[in-house]
Design a protein around this ligand. Structure first.
Ligand SMILES: Nc1nc2c(c(=O)[nH]1)N[C@H]1C(S)=C(S)[C@@H](COP(=O)(O)OP(=O)(O)OC[C@H]3O[C@@H](n4cnc5c(=O)[nH]c(N)nc54)[C@H](O)[C@@H]3O)O[C@H]1N2
Ligand SMILES: Nc1nc2c(c(=O)[nH]1)N[C@H]1C(S)=C(S)[C@@H](COP(=O)(O)OP(=O)(O)OC[C@H]3O[C@@H](n4cnc5c(=O)[nH]c(N)nc54)[C@H](O)[C@@H]3O)O[C@H]1N2
Ligand code: SF4
Ligand SMILES: [Mo]
Length: 667
């Protein structure tokens, strides 16, 4: 008989879907979208519709393994958990004694977004051993920092109110690939008469579905948004009363945007000034208005300025006053979990140094006092996803670096490890999930036991703590205890949400009224309780493009970064790495579809096949992120990206990349 278990999609995605995991004879038979879940609505995406391919993949790691070949060769032998833990504990202990705990660095991100999987026992472990702290900046750091500065937190309207809007700006986001459960809501808004703009340098599937599309030159969003703000003020299309009552810094804002005219912006952004004027009028006169930026525009060097200028439009128009309206970048701060109780920073003897994950290559090769002697990677695949890849790979190749990787798959990073430890899949473990987009808390129940000898992330760190002789009761807590700790709060948004109630009802809405208006009905968490409009100090837009083609490497529909890129269904669709070029650039350089080219810049080089396409504008080229290095010639597109930080908040600048394209000999 079939048994259906409630699961939660663990991948780094806005939608955090509810899953029906169907078990037959002790094995997972099917994974479907939860029909009862109001956001999931019974359907899943291209990726998770094929999940059994991932669950039972040939690359899946089922046993602990020790390296026997040279670093990066992927040659391993199977060992017991005991042998692996004893040796790892011995090496980490030795490094602690010789160099201090800071010579040990964790490296993780959102491979599994479960609360226990992403930051619980691991955080306790690294605090207790005095490891360096990792600044987890690779995805959203810049947007998060700007939102904190302006509003004190990342909170947006409930996405379930999206259809109430009459003007929606999809700004630097491609939900047809990255947020597919937003599509029915956008369609509903459109049917009810909403105008939906897409502001994206690329003619994405989203731009094709919703018109108009403003194809701006990459990294010119700040200029566009400042010109729109200037126009709204000049034409008295802003909400002076709202600004006066709720915001600070308006005069400084007005002065900063004053030099930006519609004409100047149109020239910088390479768009039609009449189209910008239509957009400005529309913003000034349509309500409710929702500005829905994605993370795409904040992977540029002027990211902070862009997020500030775009967010300011939602403030000066008073868009927050309407139900459903305002600004939705993230709802991540809507969930008031007890994070200190869960992660226990008090276990650290002192605050250790912090290393920005974007600068991993630098940290591995150049950091001293102490150098990084051990790296523990989980929930992430930096050999494929970190910028400045050639430096990262050189760092991972260091003979004297002790590298432990906890993984589900033999990834590009795992191939460099001294020990690879098997990680369970989400359908095999207990976890608690929240979303950075919607407002549901969910319990993920194990449908089957962990495959082979794989263990969950909290179990790995429990075992490591034990092996290293850490005896604090914090390391004895079970997964259920950890969930209880996370939910141990008196915050009204979580009233009645407990482990017990989640066992009864594994999908629960946050106790925050759907109709509540962020920063009108909820507090503003800045130091003075006002929204802050004043500009980020000392920032000016770069209005020039270095030489070469502007390379964008945004999300791909069929994968999540490197996850899923080893599935046969993907490899079949795109056997070789591709670079999309405009028809005009292809014609002027004599390139044709299928031809191999070499992409290079000061950081590195990689090879792709040309795909002539209507997606990019001339001057811009696209290669979706990211393929496995081992599936190409040992490299991918991150050979070309730099570890330069954005202008604010320490975020990444993956999309501020310029490349030279040359025909490949014999290509
Ligand atoms: N299928 C799929 N879903 C995913 C992911 C995935 O890899 N695949 N990744 C997940 C993760 S980790 C994240 S962070 C989210 C990200 O999802 P999104 O928020 O959608 O962000 P990106 O995919 O980074 O980029 C979105 C769009 O920004 C555009 N863009 C690039 N530069 C600029 C610019 O300068 N200005 C403007 N206006 N637009 C620009 C790109 O052309 C792209 O179409 O998606 C998550 N969901
Ligand atoms: N060129 C380019 N590079 C990019 C980006 C881009 O747009 N362009 N986007 C950046 C962004 S937004 C992000 S968020 C990063 C993401 O970069 P990564 O954090 O490296 O994300 P993934 O490639 O999805 O790798 C996650 C890994 O975690 C593993 N995993 C999954 N579940 C578990 C688990 O429960 N336990 C353990 N131990 N492991 C697990 C998966 O098998 C997978 O190998 O990439 C960044 N890199
Ligand atoms: S990847 Fe996103 S859309 Fe796909 S199942 Fe997971 S949460 Fe849902
Ligand atoms: Mo991300």
């Amino acid at each position: 008989m079939d048994l259906t278990v409630h699961g939660v999609c663990p991948h780094d995605c806005y939608d955090t879907c509810g899953l029906d995991v169907v078990v037959r004879d002790g094995a997972i038979e099917r994974i479907r979208g939860d029909r009862e879940h109001p956001m999931t609505r019974g359907f899943l995406c291209f990726k998770v519709n094929r999940y059994l391919e991932r669950l039972h993949h040939r690359d899946r790691i089922l046993y602990p393994m020790r390296r026997v070949g040279p670093k990066g060769s992927g040659e391993f032998e199977r060992v017991s958990w005991d042998a692996a833990l004893t040796e790892i504990a011995r090496r980490l202990g030795e490094i602690q004694t010789l160099h201090g705990g800071e010579a040990i660095l964790p490296y993780s991100f959102a491979g599994n977004m479960g609360i226990l999987s992403s930051s619980s026992m691991d955080a306790r472990f690294f605090a207790a051993i005095g490891a360096s702290r990792l600044d987890r900046t690779i995805c959203t750091a810049t947007a998060t920092a700007v939102l904190r500065q302006m509003f004190g937190q990342g909170l947006g309207p409930d996405p379930e109110t999206l259809p109430q809007n009459r003007l929606i700006l999809l700004w630097g986001t491609n939900p047809m690939a990255t947020n597919v459960h937003q599509i029915p809501l956008l369609d509903e808004a459109k049917e009810a008469g909403a105008k939906i703009w897409t502001i994206d340098p690329l003619y994405t599937e989203t731009a094709a579905r919703y018109q108009p599309h403003l194809a701006i030159r990459p990294n010119t969003d700040a200029i566009l948004a400042m010109a729109l703000g200037h126009y709204l003020i000049e034409h008295h299309l802003y909400n002076a009363e709202y600004v006066k009552q709720y915001a600070r810094g308006f005069e400084a804002y007005r002065e900063t945007v004053a030099p930006y005219s519609i004409e100047r912006a149109a020239e910088s952004c390479r768009v039609d000034p009449d189209q910008v004027r239509i957009l400005a009028e529309s913003i000034g006169t349509s309500r409710p208005l929702l500005i829905r930026p994605g993370y795409g525009m904040q992977r540029q060097r002027d990211a902070g300025l862009a997020v500030w200028a775009v967010s300011a439009l939602a403030v000066i128009t008073g868009a927050f006053l309407d139900e459903g309206g305002g600004l939705l970048i993230s709802n991540g701060d809507a969930f008031p979990l007890n994070l200190p109780g869960l992660t226990r920073p008090d276990l650290a003897a002192r605050l250790t140094r912090s290393i920005n994950m974007i600068e991993l290559g630098h940290a591995l090769l150049e950091t001293t006092s102490p150098p990084v002697e051990a790296l523990l990677v989980y929930n992430s695949n930096p050999a494929a996803t970190a910028p400045d890849q050639s430096r990262v790979l050189r760092g991972l190749s260091r003979d004297d670096l002790f590298l432990v990787v906890h993984e589900q798959m033999m990834t590009d990073t795992a191939r460099y490890a001294d020990f690879v430890l098997p990680a369970a899949m989400s359908m095999e473990v207990l976890d608690l999930h929240v979303s950075y987009w919607h407002r549901y808390v969910q319990l993920n129940l194990p449908a089957v036991p962990p495959a082979g000898e794989s263990v969950s992330n909290p179990e790995l760190f429990r075992r490591l703590a034990h092996a290293m002789g850490l005896s604090d009761p914090a390391f004895m807590e079970s997964d259920e205890d950890l969930i209880r700790s996370a939910l141990d709060t008196a915050h009204p948004y979580l009233t009645g949400v407990s482990l017990e109630s989640l066992y009864q009802q594994p999908v629960q809405k946050l106790r925050l009224e759907k109709t509540s208006r962020p920063f009108v009905d909820t507090p503003v968490f800045t130091h003075d309780g006002f929204v802050h409009l004043e500009p980020l100090a000392g920032l000016d837009p770069h209005d020039d493009d270095p030489v070469g083609f502007h390379l964008l490497s945004p999300s791909r529909r069929e994968t999540i970064k490197s996850s899923f890129a080893n599935l046969p269904s993907f490899e079949h669709r795109e056997p070789d790495p591709e670079i999309l070029v405009s028809e005009k650039d292809a014609a002027s350089h004599g390139w044709s579809t299928g031809q191999w080219v070499r992409l290079s810049n000061a950081h590195g080089e990689t090879r792709c096949r040309i795909q002539v396409s209507s997606v990019p504008q001339p001057g811009t080229v696209v290669s979706y992120a990211v393929r496995w290095n081992s599936a190409a010639q040992g490299t991918n597109i991150n050979q070309l990206t730099s570890d330069r930080l954005a202008d604010f908040g320490g975020g990444a600048t993956f999309y501020s990349t310029w490349v030279q394209i040359d025909p490949e000999e014999g290509g």
